[in-house]
Design a binder for this molecule. Sequence first.
Ligand code: NAP
Length: 482
Amino acid sequence: MMVSGSTRTIGLIGNPVEHTLSPVIHNGISDAMGIASVYVPFKVDSDGIGEAVKGAYELNILGLNVTVPHKNAVMASLVSIDEDALHIGAVNTLVRDEDKHGYVGYNTDMPGLLRQIKEDGISLKDRTVVVLGAGGASKAVVYMCLKEGADKIYLLNRTIDKAKKIADDMNEIAALGIVKDSKDTDASASKVEHVEKRDIVIPRSIKDYNKITENNLIVFQATSIGLSPNVDEVVIDDSEFYKKIDTGIDLIYNPAETKFMKLVKANGGKAYNALKMLLYQGVIAYELWHNVKVPDDIIADIYVELKRQVYPKDNIVLIGFMGSGKSTVGKALAKSLNMDFLDTDEYIEEKAGMTISDIFEKKGEEEFRRIETETLCELKESLANTIISTGGGMPLRSENARLLKETGKVFYLSASAGIIYDRVKDDTKRPLLMVDDPYGKICSMMKERKPLYEKACDYVIDTNSNDIDEIIEKIQIKVVEK
Ligand code: NAP
């Protein structure tokens, strides 16, 4: 992004801030939407928070995210605070207010999580919910459950006093009818219940949680247990507890599948991590700052970029027109880098038990594209250290283009229409070229596909030279590049 005199600054204050993923979200949206704002992390010590907020306003900073340890302390430095953030007791987004000459505080974590679960078809209305943990995130989760009309909320934490404090605060809010809609619901429906002493210690015995008699539970895992690298840890590991769970949401997103999620699934429940919560809290903040609606396709692209950062893959994906050299280059590259090689067309043919031409002829192109998507979903999970040569039409569907990026670094092998024609003119196995004017067909198809290949790739590699060694060297240079 080019910075000009009118570029606005947005950013993050916290300590530490070095590992934040928020620049991926915000700078990604600005780039995609052509909005002139740049997101920068600022490390701020606890005793400097008031001055930092004041200084940010004077520096004309449009908006800020706030992370640990300032989400609570920052509230004293704001000109006003949104009602939900006030009830949760934490602000993670500051929105500039010229009239009030300062920042208004919001909490976008809670609506971020709510947007994620709604997207997954999860409703909290009249449900029994268990929240594991009683830290900052837990309070936002309990508040969300209250607002969304959960029937009963069990709050379980190692330190019982912290769970009691959240429960008391939330019951007070519910009793006062402060939360919209809570006045009209049955008193018990708005209450946060805490079962006597909760001592979440690993390993814990069943008697610590067997007071929960309900089944069909929704459980939010809001402790820090299970976070990478301690991926084998979980606060409760008794399958009797997991048998009661219908849906488990782990607020941890690294690893992608936590031990908690594995246990929920192993006992028949559905399980989700909360990477989308991170995505959506950012999107909601961005929309507040810029007064825009971020389109769904841009959000989907940003989500892929987040996944690539959090769950990096070491595969190399080659895309491009037929005859661009994906198979030849791919095999030579695999040999040179000591990696495996897979051709998606060959893989599909083997699985379907028929050739690509037959699939086109008997089932149609649309069905073939669907098979490609299904294949990519499978391969992105199963492949590692592999060079993947793809069918020429694979990245044409935006869904496939995103899956390819999740699978590895994507290289577009480009060549002119004339070179492509020379390479494929004698090949009788290309169903799309069985026409009177194959060169004309190549030209028109390339015109349509080139921008899609460029959008789907990380790097463009010119292959017009036909020099395999030179092409491989160009790719290798990019592979080691950060
Ligand atoms: P926090 O305020 O530090 O709370 C940590 C919680 O974990 C407390 O309930 C704590 O219990 C519990 N805990 C820690 N060590 C434990 C142990 N050895 N045994 C049992 N319980 C233990 O953290 P937070 O801000 O609420 O965040 C909680 C988790 O949510 C973190 O993993 C964070 O990464 C994740 N999170 C994700 C998102 C997202 O966007 N997806 C957003 C926010 C948070 P005690 O009270 O007894 O210490």
